[in-house]
Design a protein around this ligand. Structure first.
Ligand SMILES: NC(=O)c1ccc[n+]([C@@H]2O[C@H](COP(=O)([O-])OP(=O)(O)OC[C@H]3O[C@@H](n4cnc5c(N)ncnc54)[C@H](OP(=O)(O)O)[C@@H]3O)[C@@H](O)[C@H]2O)c1
Length: 332
């Protein structure tokens, strides 16, 4: 396992992060323990959770598992979505009230004094960004979090926040958690260049497209159960990508590598990425993702794999410039 610094923080993490989203849900305590231990054996020291995963059970189980090992681990948790089973009006969003209540509940469930990276799970249009940043800064000063981060925000929203942090001398986002896989490459346009430019760590989620890129989906095949079958959200998200799944599976077969291994290795090979967050419901699935640590994706191979899906349009919309000699002066 290789280790990398998260952005400019100096905190070293394994080049794969394990996502504990299924702990206490699809993975019972025993399976969660087996997954956690396999991760440690492989050298993973980095775990991602959120307060809303399995209504808090994911944090509770991770808290139990990391007993006695806390200082050797780097963990994230997130705030935004409700954790209560019955909706309560203020159990959501990025208000000071919700964040201050949520952090204490997360720390209790995780049975720890601090969270390394506390991540805003979604953008909240009803809370002023500066008020949220002031709350996070207070948590940093109290030692309840080491750093803050952000997930599922647009680049302009993150830049807005970075500007406020700088102006007001508040702690800034040191990590971002975007959706990124061969079918969903939007973050290549703005988020990943922003992260490189500002030296922010990047932990992309869903490197397998929730199972799309594991070889079991295609235009003519679908398992009886699985995230793309059972979850409406994932079905909708990847409904137009089954031909890509065919092409990707065929390409992996040519290389004699498991599609899951190749998909994680591809996500990891973007220069802005610190550690993709891998997800698995059992040990067999986990091993295929862990194998990505030993699979090198050279820039040439990355280009070949990338050509299997459509590259997203540049932010300016001027994609033709890349092919016209008169614009070569615009390149670095
Ligand atoms: N910040 C956010 O908004 C956000 C959102 C989503 C996830 N996350 C984080 O990212 C982590 C990973 O996300 P993800 O679960 O969407 O990742 P993913 O890597 O795209 O998908 C993992 C899923 O693919 C299937 N799979 C995995 N390995 C396989 C294999 N070898 N063969 C066949 N199927 C395989 C399993 O689902 P089936 O068995 O059902 O097919 C597994 O649950 C989560 O645990 C969470 O920590 C964050």
């Amino acid at each position: 396992m290789k280790y990398k610094s998260i952005g400019r923080t100096g905190i070293k993490v394994s080049e794969l992060c394990f996502g504990a989203m299924f702990f206490g849900g699809d993975a019972d305590e025993e399976t969660s323990k087996a997954l956690y231990e396999r991760c440690l054996d492989a050298g993973i020291n980095f775990f991602d959770t959120a307060d809303m995963y399995s209504h808090g059970r994911s944090e509770e189980i991770l808290g139990k598992l990391m007993k006695g090992q806390r200082e050797d681990l780097v963990i994230t948790s997130k705030v935004f979505f409700p954790t209560s089973k019955t909706p309560r009006i203020n159990d959501r969003g990025l208000s000071r009230k919700h964040i201050l209540t949520s952090i204490d509940a997360s720390l209790k469930r995780l049975d720890t004094d601090y969270i390394d990276f506390y991540i805003l799970h979604y953008f909240d249009p009803s809370t002023d960004i500066e008020l949220t940043l002031r709350t996070l800064d207070d948590l940093q000063k109290q030692g309840k979090i080491l750093y803050s981060g952000v997930s599922n925000w647009a680049a302009w929203q993150i830049m807005d926040a970075l500007g406020i942090s700088e102006r007001e001398l508040l702690g800034r986002f040191e990590i971002m958690e975007p959706l990124y896989n061969l079918a969903k490459r939007q973050s290549e346009v703005e988020l990943l260049p922003l992260a490189e430019s500002k030296n922010i760590g990047v932990i992309p989620y869903s490197p397998l497209g929730a199972g799309l890129l594991t070889g079991k989906y295609g235009t003519a095949k679908q398992p009886d159960s699985g995230r793309l079958v059972d979850s409406e959200l994932n079905r909708l998200r990847y409904q137009d990508d089954l031909e890509l799944a065919d092409r990707f599976t065929a390409f992996s077969q040519k290389l004699s590598v498991s599609p899951a291994t190749l998909a994680v290795a591809w996500a990891k090979s973007h220069p802005a990425v610190t550690a993709p967050i891998i997800g698995a419901r059992n040990l067999a699935q986990l091993d295929a993702s862990l194998a990505a640590t030993d699979f090198e994706v050279t820039p040439e191979l990355r280009a070949e794999i990338s050509s299997l899906s459509l590259a997203p349009e540049p932010a300016t919309g001027r994609s033709e410039e890349k092919t016209l000699g008169q614009f070569s002066m615009l390149q670095k």
